[in-house]
Design a protein around this ligand. Sequence first.
Ligand code: G6P
Length: 372
Amino acid sequence: SAAEKGGYDYFMLKEIAEQPKAVADTLLGRIDGSGSLTLDEVRIPPGVLREIDKVVIVACGTAFHAGMIAKYAIEHWTRLPCEVELASEFRYRDPILDAQTLVIAISQSGETMDTLMALRHAREQGSKVLAICNTNGSTIPRESDAVLYTHAGPEVAVASTKAFLTQLVACYLVALYLGQVRGTKWGDEIRAVIRDLSSIAGAVDQVLVTMEPVRELARTLASKKTVLFLGRHVGYPVALEGALKLKELAYMHAEGFAAGELKHGPIALIEEDLPVVVVVPSPRGRSVLHDKIVSNIQEIRARGARTIVIAEEGDEAVVPYADHLVRIPATPTLLQPLVATVPLQVFACELATARGNEVDQPRNLAKSVTVE
Ligand code: G6P
C-alpha cells in the first residue's frame, strides 16, 4: 500500500531515500567518544583475530560488490591479504582454508543458499566465519562464529540499495577494527577515516537532493540497448553494481569494466552515441589514477561515446569531456563508493520506470535465493 511505501511510488525509491539514516544507524554505538571502535558484539576474541593471516570474503550479487570494495579497505588498512569470491564458486574449487583464515560472509537476507554453503564449507575446514547481515536471527548469522548486523531496516524492493550502503559501512568497520585489534597501521590515518565515516551520512543526503538531472537523463536513454560503466580502484566494483542494477531493473544489456582494461578489449564496443557511465576517482591523493581515467574518458568520447561522468565536486579536469556531469561530494578514496553508487541506483530505477517495468519486483528475480 501507499502508506507502507511512505508516500513513494515504489519501495525502491523509499529505500534509496532511507540511505542516510541506514548508514548512520549502522555506525550508531560502534564508535566511542575517543574515536575508537567498539565492536564487542563481534564474538571472535581479539587474540584469535591477531592470529589471522588471511581474509576471504564470500557473497552473491550486490553483496559481492560490497565484498570487492571491502578487499581494497582490508588490505590497505590491515595489510592482511584478502580474497573475495562469488559464494557459488567458492567451495567447488577446493579453496585453501585453515584456522588462520577469517571468512566474511556478506548477505542482506541471511538466507542465500550459495553463501550459506560457502560458509559451512569454510567452517568445516576450521576457519572462523564472521557474517555481515541485515536480518536478525537468519540462518547465515546463526551458523557463523560471529555477526555484525547492518541496520538498514527491512529491505523490500528486490534490487538492493540501502542494504548495500550499510554492507559497505560494516565492511569498513570490520577492516578498521582488524587494524585496531592487530595494531597494524593504527593511528592518525585510521582515526581520520573514522571521523570521515561519521560524517558520510550527510554526504549521502547531499547526493540525494541533487538527483533530478540524473532522472531526466535516465528518461532520455530509455530506448537505448546498452549502457557501459567504467571505474577503477573502488570505482570498479561501483561500475559493476551500476551495471547490475540496470540489468535487474531495466532489463538492458549493461556491463561494468575496469577502466584500465578498456584498451584490452572493451573499447571495441564503443560506437556513436553509446552511453558510458564513468566513475572518476578523487583528483586528490591518488591523482595518477585520476589522470588515467580522464584520458579514458577522452578516448571513448573521441570514438563517439556519450559520456556520463560521476566526479567529485571541484574536479575541473573532467569538465571538457563530460556530456553529462554528475557531482558527488569529496570523500576519502576508499569511502567514495558510499556516495558514487547512489546516482547509479537512481539512474537504474528511473530508466526502468521509463521503460514501464515494475521496479520493486523485476521479472525472473527473487529477493532471496534459497536454492543453490
Ligand atoms: C538475490 C537478489 C540480489 C542480492 C543477492 C544476494 O539474487 O536478487 O539483489 O544481491 O540475492 O542476496 P543476499 O540476501 O545474500 O545479500
